[in-house]
Design a protein around this ligand. Structure first.
Ligand SMILES: Cc1cc2nc3c(=O)[nH]c(=O)nc-3n(C[C@H](O)[C@H](O)[C@H](O)COP(=O)(O)O)c2cc1C
Length: 225
C-alpha cells in the first residue's frame, strides 16, 4: 500500500461519522449503484455473503417513514434480534452515556424535555430526513457468525458511501419495527439487523457537528509479543 493510499484510507475511516440531519436531495442512481456494488465486496464466512439488502427511496421511502411513525405512536414494536439494556456491560454503559450526553446537548434537549425527545424519536424513524434507507437483513437462522458478516457488510457500505460523499446513519432503532417494515415492503424471510439512512448531510445542522471520540487503543486492544 502506498503512503498516499494509507493516508486516504485513514482520512476516509476517521472522516466517516453518523449523520443525523439530511438534505432532501436524492443521491444519483449511478452513485447508489456504485456504493452498493462496493459494499458487496465485504468479506464473509466462507464467502457466503449472507446479507440481503433492501434499498428504499422515493414514494416507498415516504410510505415506510409514515408506517414507522404510526407504529411508534401505537407502541407496536417487533424485533428480530432481542435488545435491552442488559446487553451493555458497565464500561459499555459509561461510553453510551457519554455519547447520549453529547447528542442531546447538541440538540439542546434536557433530561426532562419529553416532548423534544419524542420529536427526535419521530425524526429518527423518518430517517432523519434522508431520502434513502437501506435495510440490512441477516439470515433467518440469526446465526451469530453469519450475522457478524452483515456487520462487515455494513461498515464496508458506510465507508463506500463516505468515499462517494454520501452521508449515512446506521440505525438499530429501525430494526425495532421489523414487522412494520416487513409488511410495508412485502419482505419475507431474514432477520432485520439494522437500517442505514443515507443522503447528503445538512451542513447547517448542529447535530452533524457532534464528534464522539474513541477510547485510547489500550482500553480495547492488547498486543501479545
Ligand atoms: C449497529 C449500529 C446501530 C446504531 N444505531 C443507531 C440508532 O439507532 N440511532 C442513531 O442515531 N445512531 C445509531 N448508530 C450510530 C452510533 O451512535 C455511532 O456510530 C456512534 O455513536 C459513533 O459515532 P460515529 O459513527 O459518528 O463515529 C448506530 C451505529 C451502529 C454501528
Amino acid at each position: 500500500m502506498t503512503i498516499e493510499l494509507a493516508d486516504a484510507v485513514g482520512q476516509l475511516i476517521r472522516g466517516r461519522r453518523a449523520t443525523r440531519a439530511f438534505l432532501s436531495d436524492s443521491v444519483p442512481e449511478g452513485t447508489i449503484e456504485a456504493v452498493f456494488g462496493l459494499a458487496g465486496s465485504a468479506p464473509s464466512n466462507a464467502n457466503a455473503q449472507p446479507w440481503q439488502v433492501e434499498v428504499v427511496s422515493g414514494a416507498a421511502r415516504d410510505e415506510l417513514a409514515d408506517a414507522l411513525v404510526s407504529a411508534h405512536r401505537a407502541g407496536r414494536r417487533t424485533l428480530d434480534f432481542p435488545y435491552d439494556e442488559s446487553i451493555y456491560s458497565p464500561v459499555h454503559r459509561r461510553r453510551r452515556a457519554a455519547f447520549g450526553a453529547a447528542v442531546y446537548s447538541a440538540l439542546g434537549i434536557g433530561r426532562g424535555d419529553e416532548d423534544l425527545r419524542t420529536d427526535y424519536d419521530l425524526k429518527s424513524l423518518s430517517f432523519y430526513g434522508a431520502p434513502h434507507v437501506a435495510l440490512l437483513y441477516a439470515p433467518e437462522s440469526g446465526n451469530p457468525r453469519l450475522t457478524a458478516d452483515v456487520g462487515m457488510y455494513a461498515q464496508t457500505l458506510l465507508l463506500a458511501m463516505a468515499a462517494h460523499g454520501v452521508a449515512s446513519c446506521p440505525q438499530a432503532v429501525l430494526s425495532f419495527y421489523s414487522g412494520t417494515i416487513r409488511e410495508t415492503l412485502g419482505i419475507t424471510g431474514g432477520k432485520l439487523l439494522l437500517g442505514v439512512s443515507f443522503g447528503y448531510a445538512d451542513p447547517d445542522a448542529p447535530i452533524n457537528a457532534v464528534e464522539v471520540g474513541r477510547e485510547p487503543m489500550p482500553e480495547t486492544t492488547r498486543f501479545h509479543r
